[in-house]
Write a protein that binds this ligand. Structure first.
Ligand code: ATR
Length: 498
């Protein structure tokens, strides 16, 4: 009998004296880092990649780190797993994932568990779960956040799928997840596509969070004229307070960086066209279907699209579209340090709106698909490991502990008081100033409008109902009595009730 392999040679799995507790398919960076994370926690881990060179490379570079069982065929890989077998797929999303699921399901037995750790669209996860369940195997769509570093040292994990699978899988995922105050950043989110849905919205929130930081940077740089090195210090200082988060921390790092080739601030040599892989877009598309206004996330996705419309942007610059009043902060009578603090508060308030909207979408999705997602659990498991990890998530956890049925995060007593205590006044001043200077603040501005819409006693929707009834007899309801009404606009304007 051989020991689990920790050398480049591949042992025959049938002869390994201890089988693997878990397996990982796909030895690109995320997959290999996840496998290394498992072995670092003392687990024996089976690994497999379509091209065997990648598996061999992992063994050469990291085989000494622990008990890997490498395989060069999917059958050997499956044979090297302890029952019920548990295999995490970390391959390219889409058809590659379907192909691997099919191979695994064919080689596995009843009750074995296939986990998709990629960024799958939750409706694909629902379909895959149904298909895999029909073949007598379990399927768990698990969102994994934290990038390469998180996969290696502790990600935040959002698994969906059957509760029964969580019982077997849970302890393993808890071992490799990030920990905050001793609590693992993983929990069973809900059945079938719940995990991937929540991961999708997590990424949507991430888009908005990055965009509001971007808007703050842009204002401080181009309204207040603060150079990147000093901005790095400002962001580092912000990272000590309410905004303490991974994204603020790395913002300071990026702004502090000097370009080695030119000596310029690194930020100035990067083309200002933001890419996207699709999870932000999915969040917004699904929100449209669910009828949930995720305006901050929507504006953040559109801001990336606009930034990448380089031909249009160039054409607009060439024809010299008039900007706003090209006055300076001084000309507006605004003192620099006060403006910096106002921008910090506007960022905090806009970020709060993005989270409130994201949680609204999760609640709506959970209701639509019958998942029973607990929003407070999400804030708890996002406190560590993931890209949006932030001190602020403790406040959200507390908000949902106070009231699990909270109608909006903005209505939690703590956040409501924060907003009223001064955030809103700063936020308004910043949006006004940005508009006067002609500097774009799509998420700051739309989030403020959302906040004002939410708390408004009356909305212009009454007029829209009147217009709809006028041109299309779409009917309206009255404020003073029950029922549905229509006014005979083209006739005697008598009101008819239905
Ligand atoms: P990254 O961006 O980190 O490189 P990715 O493109 O999302 O990762 O996924 C790459 C992984 O998917 C690789 O392990 C790749 O296997 P190869 O090394 O053999 O290319 C795997 N992959 C892609 N298509 C696959 C398929 N049809 N079947 C199995 N694995 C596949």
């Amino acid at each position: 009998m051989t020991q689990p392999a920790n050398s480049p040679e591949t042992p025959s799995p049938e002869h390994a004296d201890s089988l693997a507790q878990i397996g990982v398919v796909g030895m690109a960076v995320m997959g290999s880092n996840l496998a290394r994370n498992f072995v670092s926690k003392g687990h024996t881990v089976a690994i497999y990649n379509r091209s065997p060179e990648k598996t061999r490379a992992v063994m050469e570079q990291h085989g000494h780190e622990g008990a890997f069982i490498p395989s060069e065929t999917i059958e050997d890989f499956v044979a090297s797993l302890e029952r019920p077998r548990k295999a995490i797929i970390m391959v390219q999303a889409g058809p590659a994932t379907d192909a691997v699921i099919d191979q695994l399901a064919a080689a596995m037995d009843e009750g074995d568990i296939i986990i998709d750790g990629g960024n799958a669209l939750f409706t694909d996860t629902i379909r895959r779960e149904r298909d895999v369940a029909a073949r007598g195997r379990h399927f768990v769509g698990a969102g994994i956040s934290g990038g390469e570093e998180g996969a290696l040292n502790g990600p935040s994990i959002m698994p969906g799928g059957p509760a029964e699978s969580w019982e077997t899988l849970g302890p393993l995922l808890e071992d490799i997840s990030a920990k905050v105050d001793g609590e693992p950043c993983v929990t069973h989110i809900g059945p079938d596509g719940a995990g991937h849905f929540v991961k999708m919205v997590h990424n949507g929130i991430e888009y908005a969070d990055m965009q509001v930081i971007g808007e703050a940077y842009h204002l401080l740089r181009y309204a207040a004229g603060i150079e990147p090195a000093e901005l790095a210090d400002i962001f580092s200082e912000w990272n000590e307070g309410d905004l303490d988060s991974y994204l603020i921390e790395i913002t300071a790092e990026v702004l502090r960086q000097k370009d080695a080739r030119t000596g310029q601030p690194f930020i100035d040599v990067i083309v200002d066209a933001a890419g996207q892989k699709g999870t932000g877009r999915w969040t917004v598309k699904e929100a449209l279907d669910l009828g949930v206004p995720v305006t901050g996330i929507g504006e953040a996705v559109f801001a990336r699209a606009l930034s990448s419309a380089l031909a249009q942007r160039e054409a607009a610059q060439n024809i010299g579209l008039p900007a706003g009043d090209t006055t300076t902060l001084e000309a507006l009578g605004i003192e620099r340090d006060a403006f910096v603090e106002d921008v910090r508060r506007a960022l905090y308030a806009s970020k709060l709106v993005a989270y409130a909207q994201g949680f609204d979408e999760i609640n709506a999705g959970s209701q639509e698909y019958g998942w029973g997602v607990q929003p407070g659990d999400l804030a708890r498991i996002w406190r560590g490991g993931c890209i949006i990890r932030a001190k602020f998530l403790n406040r959200i956890t507390e908000a949902y502990e106070r009231d699990p049925e909270l109608p909006s995060l903005l209505l939690d007593p703590y956040f409501k008081a924060e907003l009223e205590k001064g955030l809103v006044d700063s936020w308004r001043r910043v949006v006004v100033t940005a508009t006067q200077l002609g500097l774009p603040v799509p998420v700051f501005a739309s989030s403020l409008s959302y906040y004002d819409s939410l708390r408004a006693k009356r909305l212009p929707a009454a007029l829209i109902q009147g217009q709809r009834d006028f041109f299309g007899a779409h009917t309206y309801r009255r404020v003073d009595m029950e029922g549905t009404f229509h006014t005979a606009w083209s006739g005697d304007r008598e009101e008819l009730s239905y």
